[in-house]
Design a protein around this ligand. Sequence first.
Ligand SMILES: NC(=O)c1ccc[n+]([C@@H]2O[C@H](COP(=O)([O-])OP(=O)(O)OC[C@H]3O[C@@H](n4cnc5c(N)ncnc54)[C@H](O)[C@@H]3O)[C@@H](O)[C@H]2O)c1
Length: 328
Amino acid sequence: MTEVSTEQKPFLNKGLWGVILGGSSGFGLATAKRLARAGLNLIIAHKDTEGTVETLIKPHFEEIRRQGVALVTHNANLFDEDERGAVFESIASRAGPARVHLFMHSIAAGACKLIIEDKSPDFRGKAFQGLSETLRQLGVSASPEVLRKAANAAFHEGGCDALHTLADSRIAYREELLSEADLQRTIWMMGYDYLLWGRELLKEGLLAKSARLVGLTSEGNEVSWRGYAAVAAAKCGLEASCRAMAVEMGPYGVRCFVLQPGITDTPAGNAIPNFDLMKAEARMRNPSHRLTTPEDVAEVVCAICQPGFDWVSGAVIRVDGGEAISGG
Ligand SMILES: NC(=O)c1ccc[n+]([C@@H]2O[C@H](COP(=O)([O-])OP(=O)(O)OC[C@H]3O[C@@H](n4cnc5c(N)ncnc54)[C@H](O)[C@@H]3O)[C@@H](O)[C@H]2O)c1
């Protein structure tokens, strides 16, 4: 039998657990897989249709189990009081006191809607008019409509990222505008919910000595993307929560982090209006000219979980290959 080195699986047989909320997709799932390879037992909560679980998610969970770690999964709405309580009970009974080494909040839930009807000038229409007119002066006839069609085909089917300013997004804005209820729920679910879980786990004595808590923000924390107002407000709340947690939970040995991935191709990302155009822009702006992957982020969470990574807390750490600071 081949011996497993502790370097490869530093957490194997240590009786420690990772709790990942939103662990069926994107950053949460990639992190679960990475930590399973490192030997950490896992409790994953997520909310997906039964069909998605059967066809898409189960094979990933099987892959995790093949790493020889324990995996407990809950398909539950974590914003329903009873279902949330059941997941918490499961953490208490399966992991037990002082056993949760990592808590990760990777839930994507919330409203992406405009706050007011869009009154931006029609820059694209003007560009196609101008192009059409210039071509006419050069003796070529192409109407603005034909040029628009060509730009969309070249962008969406031809992979021409540089056309992102001219192409039309296939992820349209929702018709209804952002409501106060949308704002409240989004700021709860993606903002201070991280604090509520972290505090509860600490109060109930479930966090291990020197536990790591991780939440996820985005570049939309500083830059305003149209239709992202509620999530942006949540991200700012999340970051402030993380700083407060680092200060008040630090004396208990808890380390708190917020990671800021670059634009990443995930189901939640692809529900954001204009995300197809944003991905193209990010590929051009990123110094490595590629998108961030969930695995890029999983590696960083795994590094954060190592014993030596002990003197960072309350920080927002960008995991984007330099995307956010790139002027393009
Ligand atoms: N994708 C990006 O470009 C990007 C960039 C920066 C930050 N983020 C942030 O990363 C986090 C994770 O997003 P992702 O892109 O990995 O999304 P994703 O769609 O891949 O995963 C979202 C997860 O949340 C779970 N979920 C949704 N509603 C739930 C509910 N009510 N109860 C329980 N689980 C629920 C889903 O089951 C899934 O596991 C979000 O906070 C998002 O804002 C995303």
